[in-house]
Design a protein. Structure first.
Length: 124
């Protein structure tokens, strides 16, 4: 009987100590949001919740990162802020842009507010 009481007391003390134990192998509890913004790219948010990213390249070209593909657009001669290749045309103004990628159209696009990237967050 004494052995059962001792075993029960030991078991209770062991279980009480397990309160802070976590078996989840993927870091702290809860999901953390990871930025999906490509490095060195500007985000444009458009009507209908559409969005795309633009990265400046050497030689005046840009790299378009659309929801379904990525493509290099060359600066169109004789224009200011217009880029294209084939049927795809991107026009960028100071804070807005329009992307025509038949049959898709990204209209009313505004430059998204700048947010610190995960790499620079919290650094001074």
């Amino acid at each position: 009987m004494r052995l059962k009481a001792c075993a029960a007391a030991c078991l209770a003390s062991l279980l009480a100590g397990c309160g802070g134990f976590n078996v989840w192998p993927f870091g702290e509890g809860g999901a953390t949001e990871v930025s999906r913004k490509p490095t060195n790219a500007t985000e444009y948010v458009c009507e209908g919740g559409k969005a795309f990213y633009v990265r400046n390249l050497e030689g005046g070209a840009v790299w378009l990162i659309a929801p379904d593909r990525e493509i290099r657009l060359e600066k169109l001669a004789g224009t200011s802020g217009a880029y294209g290749v084939g049927k795809v045309r991107l026009e960028i103004a100071a804070q807005s842009a329009t992307l025509l990628d038949p049959p898709a159209q990204f209209l009313g696009c505004k430059r998204a507010a700048a947010t610190p990237s995960p790499q620079t967050k919290g650094s001074t």
